[in-house]
Design a protein around this ligand. Structure first.
Ligand code: PMT
Length: 326
C-alpha cells in the first residue's frame, strides 16, 4: 500500500467523507487561487532569507493562528480551526531572543508578539490637561520594556498575515521553498491550526446560504501538506509540526503516526485543555521529551523553544558532518 493510500484510509476511518475527495496536493493549488499579493510577499521573504544567510543567521518560519474555510464565494459564513495565536506569538519572541530571524506567518487579528503584553489602548491611556493624552503611570514601565524589545527585534522578524486556508497553504508553499535555499539553517515551526476540510470552488454556492431549509454542506478533504513540504518544498529544513487532540488516549499514537508518514523531524503533541501547561515532543529518532511547566512566571513556549533550538543545532551539526564540503 502506498503512503498516500495508507494516509487516506487513516483519515477516512469512521468518517462519512468519501475517500475520492482526497485530492493530490497539486490539485488543491490548481483549484484554489493564490493571494493577490503572493508574488510581492514571496519576493520580500526571499530578500529577508538571503539577508539572514549573509549574516549566517538561522531562520525559523513560525506559523500561527487558525485557518478560515469559506462556505460561500461571497463569504458571509465560514468555519474555523481553534487557535488564538498565543503559541506562535510567544514562540516568535523566544526565537528572536535566541538569535533566530523569524518569518511570522500569522492569521489576521490573532495574538501578536510584543503587542500581546500590552492591554487595550483604552485601559492604558488617559486624558491629560497638558499633553492631551498620556500613558497611565501604572502601565508605563511595562510598556517601556515591551517597546524596547520590539525596537531591538523588529528588523529580525518578517510578519505576513493570511485569513483563509487557501492563502495560508499558498504562502506556506512559497515561504518554505525560499527557506530551502539556506539548507539546514532553516526551521519550520508549524503551530497554526490547519483545517482538514474545505469546499472546492465548484461546490461552493456563490451567494449567502439561505435559512429557509436545512443546509447541506459537503466538505472535501484537504491533502496533508506536510508531505510535499518535507519531500519537495523544504527537504533540508528542520521541520516541526504540532499535533492537537482533545482525546488523550490517541494523542501520542497520532504524533508517532505523523512522523512515520511524513518523515519530518519532530511532532509536538498537545491537548486543547492543557496546552499551556504540558506538551510532549516526539522525534523521528523515537526520543520522547515531556515538557511540563510548573513555574507560574514562565511560559511553556520558552521551554519548547529551548528544546527545539538544541535539537536544531544537533541537526545542523549532523548534516554538516555528512556534507562533502568543509
Ligand atoms: O494558538 P493557541 O491558542 O496558543 O493554540 C496553539 C495550538 C493548540 C493551535 C498549537 O499548539 C497546535 O497544536 N497547532 C496545530 C494544530 C493542528 O492543525 O493540528 P492537527 O492535528 O489538525 O494537524 C497536525 C499537523 O498537520 C499540523 O502541524 C498542520 O500544519 C499539518 N496539516 C494539517 C492539515 C493539512 N491539510 N495539512 C497539514 O500539513
Amino acid at each position: 500500500m502506498s503512503d498516500l493510500a495508507k494516509e487516506m484510509s487513516v483519515v477516512n476511518a469512521g468518517s462519512s467523507v468519501s475517500v475520492e475527495n482526497m485530492a493530490h496536493w497539486n490539485d488543491f493549488y490548481n483549484e484554489v487561487p493564490a493571494p493577490l499579493n503572493y508574488a510581492e510577499v514571496i519576493s520580500g521573504v526571499r530578500k529577508f532569507i538571503q539577508d539572514a544567510k549573509q549574516e549566517c543567521a538561522r531562520v525559523a518560519v513560525v506559523t500561527s493562528g487558525g485557518t478560515m474555510v469559506p462556505l460561500e464565494q461571497l463569504t458571509v459564513r465560514f468555519v474555523d480551526n481553534f487557535s488564538s495565536g498565543t503559541r506562535g506569538a510567544a514562540s516568535t519572541e523566544y526565537f528572536l531572543d535566541e538569535g533566530y530571524k523569524v518569518v511570522f506567518l500569522n492569521r489576521q487579528k490573532s495574538i501578536q508578539p510584543y503587542a500581546r503584553h500590552i492591554p487595550s489602548v483604552l485601559d492604558v491611556l488617559e486624558l491629560d490637561r497638558e499633553t492631551n493624552v498620556k500613558v497611565k503611570s501604572c502601565h508605563a514601565s511595562k510598556i517601556q520594556s515591551v517597546l524596547e524589545s520590539y525596537e531591538k527585534y523588529k528588523s529580525s522578524c518578517f510578519a505576513i498575515t493570511y485569513e483563509s486556508l487557501g492563502d495560508y497553504l499558498w504562502l506556506l508553499k512559497g515561504i518554505s521553498t525560499e527557506l530551502n535555499s539556506i539548507g539546514a539553517s532553516g526551521m519550520l515551526y508549524l503551530a497554526a491550526a490547519v483545517s482538514d476540510f474545505y469546499i472546492p470552488k465548484n461546490d461552493m454556492p456563490e451567494h449567502k446560504i439561505q435559512s429557509d431549509r436545512r443546509p447541506e454542506i459537503t466538505f472535501s478533504l484537504v491533502p496533508k501538506m506536510l508531505r510535499p513540504l518535507v519531500k519537495e518544498w523544504a527537504p533540508e529544513a528542520y521541520i516541526i509540526s504540532f499535533k492537537l487532540e482533545t482525546d488523550p488516549n490517541i494523542l501520542l499514537q497520532k504524533a508517532e503516526k505523523a512522523l512515520k508518514l511524513y518523515q519530518h523531524n519532530m511532532v509536538i503533541a498537545n491537548m486543547l485543555t492543557t496546552r499551556k501547561k504540558t506538551v510532549t515532543a516526539v522525534e523521528r529518532t523515537g526520543e520522547v521529551v515531556k515538557i511540563d511547566n510548573h513555574d507560574e512566571d514562565k511560559e511553556i513556549e520558552s521551554l519548547i523553544v529551548n528544546l527545539v533550538k538544541e535539537k536544531h543545532s544537533k541537526y545542523i551539526q549532523e548534516l554538516s558532518a555528512k556534507s562533502p564540503f568543509p
